[in-house]
Design a protein around this ligand. Structure first.
Ligand SMILES: [Fe+2]
Length: 481
């Protein structure tokens, strides 16, 4: 525990840094074309809605009983467009409740961070905060009948009620003990969820955190790193959790410059992937060198008979090299990485050479060889702010045959992440037996559809399109719960 003197010094330093950052933020260059994360597809919503009467085209599969939920940043009050960073907007959850072939409601709700509560004239939400951060804006998951909004690097999970209102900030019933991640990976064989978690205030370690099927933390194992890498996602195999220690690191220079998201491309930081034993010590992590790049998201991983670990990822050539407002990248591609623990090396192979993001698979196949990956196209000419320029296409990759099916939603119609929902009731089972669900925003008609596709008939008529009469701003991740 820090002494009183140490605490006092830290307080003064933090205040001085904050004051300097605040001054520099006001001097940030004017974005003449506007901030792309506040306009067009990313125009924030200004109110919370509950819509009980939704127009549906097609037939919603009667087997579906639950909620499709997706979350993303949505500032509660107009930020300074010159310094606003997409990753820092207050979280807003969107959800559609489906039962008996009917869409019962659409709702959108801000996650009650202290800033949101104050702005809406409410008392602060219940529950503990971590590191004074409390903005959970990146993913929304269901565990054991409960719903959590989650984020990386600091803020605790926020538990929501079924209708998306905030219950309380809840570090998994006080079992968490630190920061969490936006990407816990379910092991469908054990019901455990595995995450690699980092903390903006700690530069020399990250943690392997495991949740049991009751949303209680059963492991928090430290793994030593250098330089405070930003680790957005992980992957799991039967034996390992994969640690993507890549050249995006905490930057005090960015903090002092007033940047809201203080992580930058760091060409001095070695790129490596760690194979951390799921059980055992973080000190036994096997580090394998890889060519510099950045990975936000993995699709799936598995172990080959020869002991190699194979993981499919979307790899960006660089990330956060220039922009102070969002994720910039020269290119992103779907790649297969083969990790050899014996030679501590990684072979990279391009599976699909088109800009893309948000890869998803049938999670019943976690830790196994998967044949199908679903991802969203990004524009090919977007060198900066790559994620502000989604394409109009959704991809179904057959990585066994090397084929890609392309579903184009048409001009001005932009899909977000699509999630795979297995049809457990189908007589014939298979990896792509089920549905794909996601929001498609139509900029022309200023509306959104929750589109449900038959995953086997990827380019055929949608099973159902649930009409939502406004644009849902571009966001991050969603799930069917
Ligand atoms: Fe993510």
């Amino acid at each position: 525990m820090a002494s009183v003197i140490e605490k006092s010094i830290r307080t003064v330093v933090t205040k001085a840094v904050g004051a300097l950052a605040g001054m520099n933020r006001k001097r940030m260059p004017k974005l003449n074309a506007g901030n792309p994360y506040l306009i067009g597809l990313n125009q924030p919503m200004t109110e919370e809605k509950t819509i009980d009467s939704l127009i549906v085209v097609g037939e919603i599969p009667r087997q579906l009983d639950g909620r499709y939920m997706r979350i993303g940043p949505n500032p509660v009050s107009a930020p300074d467009p010159n310094s606003y960073h997409w990753f820092t907007g207050e979280g807003m959850a969107h959800g559609v409740r489906i039962k008996n072939g009917t869409a019962l409601w659409y709702r959108n709700r801000w996650i009650r961070s202290n800033i949101v509560s104050k702005s809406l004239g409410e008392e602060p939400a219940l529950g503990a905060r971590n590191l004074r951060a409390d903005n959970a804006n990146t993913n929304i998951i269901g565990i054991d009948g409960r719903t959590f909004a989650i984020v990386e690097a600091g803020a605790f999970p926020v538990e929501l009620e079924d209708g998306l209102d905030t219950l309380k900030h809840n570090p998994f019933d006080d079992t968490l003990g630190g920061s969490f991640s936006a990407h816990p990976h379910l092991d469908s064989a054990t019901g455990e969820r595995h995450a690699i978690c980092y903390d903006a205030m700690s530069q020399d370690q990250v943690w392997h955190v495991v949740l049991d099927s009751n949303a209680q933390v059963i492991r928090r194992e430290a793994i030593a790193v250098d330089g405070g890498p930003s680790i957005h996602d992980c992957a799991i195999t039967k034996t390992y959790v994969l640690v993507f220690d890549l050249p995006v690191t905490f930057s005090m220079k960015s903090v002092l410059a007033g940047h809201r998201f203080p992580y930058k491309w760091d060409s001095d930081h070695s790129a490596r992937v760690g194979l951390c034993p799921r059980k055992g010590s973080g000190k036994d992590t096997i580090w394998c060198d890889v060519d510099p790049c950045y990975v936000f998201h993995t699709a799936n991983a598995y172990e080959e008979a020869n002991g190699n670990v194979v993981v499919d990822v979307v790899a960006h050539e660089t990330m956060f090299a220039n922009s102070a407002i969002g994720p910039d990248s020269k290119r992103s591609r779907l790649e297969r990485w083969t990790i050899d623990a014996k030679t501590q090396s990684v072979q990279r192979k391009v599976l699909h050479d088109h800009n893309q993001e948000f890869p998803r698979v049938n999670e019943n196949y976690s830790c196994k060889l998967t044949r199908y990956i679903y991802s969203v196209a990004l524009a090919m000419d977007a060198n900066d702010e790559i994620l502000s320029r989604p394409g109009t296409e959704l991809f179904k990759h057959d990585v066994q045959c090397g084929e890609v099916q392309v579903r184009d939603f048409g001009a001005n119609r932009h899909p977000g992440e699509f999630v795979f929902v297995a049809d457990e009731s189908a007589e014939e089972q298979g990896e792509d037996v089920g549905w794909l669900m996601g929001f498609v925003v139509d900029l022309e008609s200023q509306s959104t559809e929750l589109v449900i596709l038959d995953a086997k008939d990827f380019c055929g008529e949608p099973q159902a399109q649930i009409h939502i009469p406004h644009c849902i701003p571009g966001g991050f991740h969603g799930n069917w719960v």
